[in-house]
Design a protein around this ligand. Sequence first.
Ligand code: AMP
Ligand code: TRP
Length: 325
Amino acid sequence: MKKRIFSGAQPTGELHIGNYLGALKNWVALQDEYESFYCIVNLHAITLPQDPHGLRQKTLDLAKIYLAAGVDPAKATIFIQSDVPEHAELTWVLSCIARMGELERMTQFKDKGKGNAERAGVGLFTYPILMAADILLYQTDLVPVGQDQKQHLELSRDLAIRFNRDFGETFKVPEPYIPKAGASIKSLQDPQKKMSKSDENLKGAIFLMDSAETITKKIKSAVTDSGTDITFDESRPAINNLLTIYQLVTGKSGDECIAHFEGKGYGQFKGELAEATVEYLRPFQDRVNHYSDKELAEILKNGADKARAISSATLADVYHKTGIK
Ligand code: AMP
Ligand code: TRP
């Protein structure tokens, strides 16, 4: 039997090349080998205020992005989180075994709540429990995500282990799959910060639907560090980040990248990086509107049916073991 993968992204903002290189690319690479579930986590999206009409549209747009990135509905299950009510139901049960202390340690809550717990939404606080429910419902083996989700995954593992200990073997304990290169792509304007959908500085992120002209402009105006060598160097985060993007979009090895740019300057490097990034995203951009609305609805309906078949069995087991049913 194939092992199982679960991952998801939030239908908020526009996806950027960090999402692509850190997560989506791996979802596509792994879908042959694993039975894969890729979810559009719209319930997570409302942990911060969303415009209702915009959210509905972005949810469908994100499904199109999964497909355009190469997630194949014949191989993988693509579905919308809210179409499978078991996610919200298991969240409640898990929130009864999760501890305030462990949630308080989550750095994303501190970041997104801007350090003001008094004013932060409770949903933002319990967000990682919903994520654990997503994963554990499917008896998931592997979760491909970027570095920023590692702590949330640890919590999912802890909740699975605790539930199994208290109520008997129920959940598989999932493993993270975090890529060696690309797990944390940085902002082009501030290489100390991760590239983010919500960055106020729009020049910091390359969005997947950016035009060739915009991509080129953003790369040309990316900040650089002191020193002139084009090489991987942890102490020079700007060039390190740009060269990582180059490596991933060209598929070259690290050594090939270094050799290729030996003796060359930033101007030439940025020109080649821009060209390679544009070429990399072009086939994706061409495919974004490949499916009609009707086809998309069909894919999502099938996806939800497949997801429910599995998640309802897990939830029934949980309700039985906890004495709810
Ligand atoms: P989100 O858009 O926050 O739902 O994230 C979707 C996926 O992209 C998650 O697996 C994140 O870990 C990943 N991700 C987000 N930002 C970055 C980044 N700057 N570099 C690499 N991966 C990222
Ligand atoms: N929290 C993840 C993010 O913001 C999205 C997410 C929700 C997720 N549920 C998940 C990722 C389950 C992997 C598995 O990126």
